[in-house]
Ligand binder design. Structure first.
Ligand code: MLT
Length: 246
């Protein structure tokens, strides 16, 4: 019986240097809101999503045909961008056939930090089942990377990591305190996720900005079956999860 692959949790990008990832799948998690928004954009027909670290890099794409500049700092849309980072901004066909260049406070930074791994994949509650099936099918050592908030722990990403662990741990070797804690957080919150998330700092931050509907949307499970993967610096839909229409 071959040894099982490992499934681990890194609760903030600040701890990522402690985890060798060259041969690992890294699942980047930023459920409020970056990885949710990226999934929505691709599900809505965007050709690809290019995550960039800085506002300046994003602005360098200004004027390129079929390119949309988007993102936030401290949850607010950046001046000079077409859109912010609300998933609702990327619906109704506005991104179909376009390339989205996105920079956010934590999520895009986490993706860039993990890009030297074997494969970066992203998700949120909205593609939970497809994402967990993809991770199991890939069957490689896997690190769940929580984007956190400015290198600090946040509730929502670790709860989501715990949800993944709880649902697929039978297929992996799970043996770390961070994975144990993440799963317990999930089990303690799943009966009323919104109520639990109201205790998170990012809920308060986003509520102060008047985007509670974004939070409610970001917590809705299985709205899409696509799984975005990072290829040549851009997020695209993994072939095995493409819609027939794609
Ligand atoms: C992040 O990058 O931490 C979030 O996406 C910020 C936000 O709420 O847009």
């Amino acid at each position: 019986m071959p040894d099982k692959s490992t499934l681990e949790v890194c609760v903030t990008p600040g701890l990522l240097p402690l985890y060798p990832i060259d041969d690992k799948v890294v699942v980047v998690i930023d459920v409020l809101r970056a990885t949710t928004t990226m999934c929505v954009a691709l599900d809505q027909g965007a050709d690809k999503v290019i995550p960039v670290d800085t506002i300046e890099e994003c602005l360098s794409f200004t004027g390129k045909e079929n390119y949309i500049l988007a993102g936030e700092r401290n949850g607010r849309k950046v001046e000079g961008f077409h859109f912010g980072n609300s998933p609702f901004e990327f619906m109704d066909g506005v991104v179909k056939g376009k390339t989205l260049v996105l920079t956010t406070t934590n999520g895009t930074r986490a993706i860039k930090m993990a890009e030297h791994s074997y494969q970066v994949v992203i998700g949120g509650f909205l593609n939970f089942t497809a994402l967990t099936k993809w991770i199991v099918a890939e069957g490689r050592d896997t690190l769940l990377l929580c984007s956190g908030w400015r290198n600090k722990f946040n509730l929502e990403d670790t709860v989501f990591a715990g949800a993944i662990i709880h649902h697929i741990k039978e297929y992996f070797l799970v043996d770390s305190d961070s994975a144990f804690a993440a799963e317990k957080l999930y089990l303690n919150s799943r009966r009323n996720m919104l109520h639990f998330m109201k205790q998170s700092s990012h809920y308060r931050r986003l509520a102060h900005l008047g985007v509670v509907n974004d939070i409610k949307y970001c917590l809705r499970p299985d709205l899409t079956s696509i799984v975005p993967v990072l290829k040549n610096g851009a997020l695209v839909i993994a072939n095995s999860t493409k819609h027939p229409r794609n």
